[in-house]
Ligand binder design. Sequence first.
Ligand SMILES: Cc1cc2nc3c(=O)[nH]c(=O)nc-3n(C[C@H](O)[C@H](O)[C@H](O)COP(=O)(O)OP(=O)(O)OC[C@H]3O[C@@H](n4cnc5c(N)ncnc54)[C@H](O)[C@@H]3O)c2cc1C
Length: 311
Amino acid sequence: MAILLFAEHDNAALSDQTARALTAASRIGSEVDILIAGKAAGAVAEAAARLTGVRKVLLAEGDAFEHRLAEPVANLIVALSDGYDAIVAAATTSGKNVLPRVAALIDVMQVSEIVEVVAPDTFKRPIYAGNALQTVQSTDAKKVVTVRTAGFVAAASVNAAAAIVAVNADAAGSGLSFFVENRLSTSDRPELSSAKIVVSGGRALGSQEKFHEIILPVADKLGAAVGASRAAVDAGYAPNDWQVGQTGKVVAPALYIACGISGAIQHLAGMKDSKVIVAINKDEEAPIFQVADYGLVGDIFELLPELERQL
Ligand SMILES: Cc1cc2nc3c(=O)[nH]c(=O)nc-3n(C[C@H](O)[C@H](O)[C@H](O)COP(=O)(O)OP(=O)(O)OC[C@H]3O[C@@H](n4cnc5c(N)ncnc54)[C@H](O)[C@@H]3O)c2cc1C
């Protein structure tokens, strides 16, 4: 089976999410081509070409692809789709923006946010905020699939590079949407979705000042990304893009430290696949302890400064 994998990048660097989605794509079929749609994205194509298991890289460049707006990119993918049995992308903001449009244009069902490839036409995906796994089989001739990448290891980068083929694409803008601006939060900390360690804080922190005073020093000592429960975000203790959970980010780091977080199912939906979970909570009955590998019952305002000193 031939697969077209739509890559996630910023025209300068290839996202780790693509290497993870490649692992999933390779389980659907052995002939995987990566599509880089962008502008001046040659370095991205070179990085993609070095990933293990890539047959070739298709590089489509043009003004309309610079910000990967859904309309021109979906048209590009549809134009290329004849030679492919499946179109795959990571379930990122960009993948979730483009692939439903592709599925609609070629008139097939999308299979969203798979966590396992059972067979080339059969996939597992979470439902009910991750409380159940559904196995779905697609009988469509062409599969359109987004991948929840946390469950897949990244394909390795090797020295030998696959061929990069330039695609002459119609890069005219559709006029249906325009790029206005990107407002990016800048941080020296690792990105939450791909960090190896995440330290998260909950409602127990009580204020933005305390969140910063108690959580950030421990995160910085560990080189960790910072996460938060929705209660902490809604109360303004932490910014929106730190939220972990059903309506936030889904993370699966090697180590997740939940501080003053009760462990509501909507929070667990975003972190329960972490390799090692540490919970610090003063209530020994808190549900978070049911998923924790290590639990510390006590007051975060005493334990976290102590942990920082020990680190
Ligand atoms: C549709 C929907 C989507 C949702 N999506 C999300 C989501 O994406 N992410 C998410 O997180 N939530 C989500 N929620 C909200 C979720 O149900 C919980 O309300 C939320 O996760 C609770 O956050 P919390 O654990 O910080 O707060 P609480 O549940 O209030 O827990 C605070 C915890 O801190 C402990 N504590 C208090 N003081 C201390 C102290 N000094 N030291 C140690 N421990 C202390 C308490 O024992 C308690 O366990 C969603 C809810 C709905 C309905």
